[in-house]
Write a protein that binds this ligand. Structure first.
Ligand code: SAH
Length: 214
């Protein structure tokens, strides 16, 4: 996976744009500046890697817009040692941004076999080391490794999956776009067993979180 001065320049401009759009967290901006998004794009679309838009990937899904990735990551308020669960591995771009934040451990779940296989292989090739790439249903979370300090959902959910709330540590953050056609970015902070603070952060557009086929 080669980087180039052209891509590095484009990435610097993207980071500048993200700042102008209101991203302030230095750790997040650094991560956005380091992750080579062109490695996660579908062939033929690489030239658009540093345009602030979502693009199609395999299985009718999308690689998230850089602003959305930065915005959700900022809302997770990550710190060294945090253990994180991502629902919707997709291209692996958001996973790579989480891994670029110092001292963060990442588990990631993908529902579609084609993407799961493809992206798990890409991580190996790029020597990226999430703790585990899981083929499964994100509605159920990953109870084996709960509780998590932060959980991010990268697809639109009609309502909050209860297992994800339960799998948060006290003080843990769940960042989830809620809604059908459009979604409201929502953050739950677990303040005590079964007690949550909820805040909303504007409208976004995601592909839907897929229901279990059973
Ligand atoms: N984070 C990704 C976004 C991909 S789009 C990126 O940066 O590229 C959302 C992803 O969620 C898709 O790959 C889709 O297959 C996956 N997904 C949808 N429903 C799911 C579910 N129930 N469990 C796990 N993954 C799911």
């Amino acid at each position: 996976m080669i980087d180039s001065t052209k891509y590095q320049g484009q990435r610097r401009r993207l980071v500048k744009l993200l700042k102008e759009k209101g991203i302030q967290d230095k750790g997040v901006l650094d991560a956005m500046g380091r992750v080579p998004r062109h490695c996660f794009m579908d062939p033929g679309l690489e030239g658009y890697s540093y345009v602030d838009k979502a693009y199609p990937i395999a299985a009718n899904q999308t690689i998230s817009q850089p602003y959305t990735v930065a915005f959700q990551t900022q809302l997770m308020e990550l710190k060294k040692g945090d253990c994180v669960l991502e629902i919707g591995t997709g291209s692996g771009y958001q996973t790579a941004v989480l891994l670029a934040i110092e001292g963060v451990k990442v588990y990631t779940i993908e529902r579609q076999l084609e993407l799961f296989k493809k992206t798990a292989m890409l991580f190996k090739k790029m020597r990226l080391n999430p703790k585990k790439v899981i083929f499964g249903d994100g509605y159920k979370g990953f109870p084996e490794k709960a509780p998590f300090d932060a959980i991010i959902v990268t697809a639109g959910a009609p309502k909050v999956p209860i297992p994800l709330m339960e799998q948060l540590a006290i003080g843990g953050r769940l960042v989830i776009p809620l809604g059908e056609e459009k979604q409201i970015m929502t953050r739950y902070v677990k303040t005590a067993q079964k007690a949550y603070d909820r805040q909303s952060f504007g409208t976004f557009k995601f592909v839907p979180l897929l229901k279990d086929k059973n």
